[in-house]
Design a protein around this ligand. Structure first.
Ligand SMILES: Nc1ncnc2c1ncn2[C@@H]1O[C@H](COP(=O)(O)OP(=O)(O)OP(=O)(O)O)[C@@H](O)[C@H]1O
Length: 400
């Protein structure tokens, strides 16, 4: 992957002015961020964090109040409307509600941007065929949107967004209205768009599972600011901002919550430890070996191992039974192999680390909103919906 930024924010801010009834809103508040050419970049945050506004600065559907946004080497703040149109032509966008034209067939929807760009009919028809093949719905060319499933509609949306060969594809909550299986199909298609066509993909989401499954890097937004940015794996394995910890906890659910831990202690009076499984540990081999050598009796009582950015990640909670000295020695040895949280025993408990006790829904704010935007959005509407359960996990749960 190249390391040339294709999108650069420098201290970018977007302030919506207030009125007598409403205070002003700093929707994007001093963001400095580089998105590299050729990556799949996630922007995650709870409702109202400023994700959509940030992304709408990329295609100049919104203008910065201060700071700059540079796309493909061009400073958008310095461009006139006709130049901005050219920049927008190099950016495709897909939406949560698909925004297809209901009176047109699938082929007609995909052809629409080509008609606007005045492609001749023959070239247009060949391009539409090629696109429908690529997204896997060539057999639906003559169907109308109302005859399609959500996943098929989003495939049409993707084909339409790719029609004029953009360098960047913006996906604004593009899977939020889809079930988990369809979500993964659409994310797989976006990965093909990225890999096979070399298109930079920016995914806005409020679901950490989407980041886990599809993104190379991710920025976490809160109150208009980017509070954390990095490789998806690094963010999962070492989240620093409290909001990031909440997101990671919602996605992995591998560590017992405070309530679960209380129940586990009732049933398991021995020493409880949470043992990290990561890229370095690779598997439970080293952990099993340490426990065998230490002569303690391990029982797995909670946990989950999944993949983040194609690498193993998760944790297992063990109850270790044996003499106090043997258990203490086992924990010391485990610490040499991986991260360990010692939760103590039912009689002498140690508090769980913050991320195991945080309410994952805390921090959500504001009702879903509806928004009507410019013609290049094909009548896009915002809003919330859909949940992703993340079914590709081995999860060992005693309760919850
Ligand atoms: N046109 C506008 N006028 C006034 N305030 C706005 C406008 N657009 C967005 N906002 C406000 O800016 C803040 C950020 O909104 P934005 O839609 O960017 O957040 P978001 O993270 O995308 O949330 P959601 O996932 O709910 O769409 C919110 O407080 C919102 O109410």
């Amino acid at each position: 992957m190249s390391t040339t930024p294709i999108i650069s924010f420098r201290d970018a801010a977007k302030v919506f002015p207030g009125s007598r009834k409403r205070p002003e809103v700093r929707a994007v508040d001093g963001v400095t961020l580089d998105i590299e050419a050729g990556e799949i970049f996630g922007v995650i945050g709870y409702s109202g964090a400023g994700k959509s506004t940030l992304v709408r600065l990329i295609n100049a559907l919104e203008k910065t109040t201060s700071g700059s946004v540079v796309v493909g080497g061009q400073d958008l703040t310095a461009l006139g409307e006709s130049q901005l149109r050219e920049v927008r032509a190099g950016i495709g966008m897909i939406f949560q509600q698909f925004n297809l034209l209901s009176s047109r067939t699938v082929a007609g929807n995909v052809a629409y941007p080509l008609e606007v760009a005045k492609w001749p009919r023959e070239k247009r028809e060949a391009r539409v065929r090629e696109l429908l093949e690529f997204v896997g719905i060539a057999d639906k060319a003559g169907s109308y949107p109302s005859q399609l499933s959500g996943g098929q509609k989003q495939r049409v949306g993707i084909a339409r967004a790719l029609a004029t060969n953009p360098r960047i594809l913006l996906a604004d909550e593009a899977t939020s209205a889809l079930d988990p299986e369809t979500t993964r199909e659409v994310l797989r298609l976006l990965q093909r768009v990225n890999r096979e066509l070399g298109i930079t993909v920016v995914i806005i989401t409020h679901e950490m599972d989407v980041v886990r499954y599809a993104c190379h890097r991710v920025a976490v937004m809160e109150h208009g600011k980017v509070v954390e940015v990095g490789d998806a794996y690094a963010i999962f394995s070492g989240p620093t901002a409290p909001v990031t910890r909440r997101f990671v906890a919602t996605s992995l659910r591998d560590r017992p919550s405070a309530e679960t831990l209380a129940r586990l202690r009732e049933r398991h009076p021995g020493r409880l430890v949470v043992v990290g499984i990561d890229e370095v540990t690779g598997s439970t081999h080293a952990i099993s070996q340490v426990l065998r050598d230490a002569g303690v009796e391990p029982a797995i009582i909670y946990g989950g191992i999944t993949e983040v950015a194609d690498k193993p990640y998760g944790s297992l909670t063990f109850e270790l039974t044996g003499s106090d000295d043997d258990v203490a020695a086992a924990i010391e040895r485990l610490r040499e192999v991986t991260g360990v949280d010692d939760l103590g025993t039912a009689d002498a408990p140690v508090s769980a680390p913050a991320e195991t006790t945080t309410d994952p829904t805390a921090g959500r704010s504001g009702p879903p909103r509806t928004r009507v935007v410019g013609a290049q959005d094909y009548g896009m509407l915002g809003g919330q919906g859909g949940r992703l359960a993340g079914p590709d996990r081995l999860v060992i749960e005693e309760d919850d």
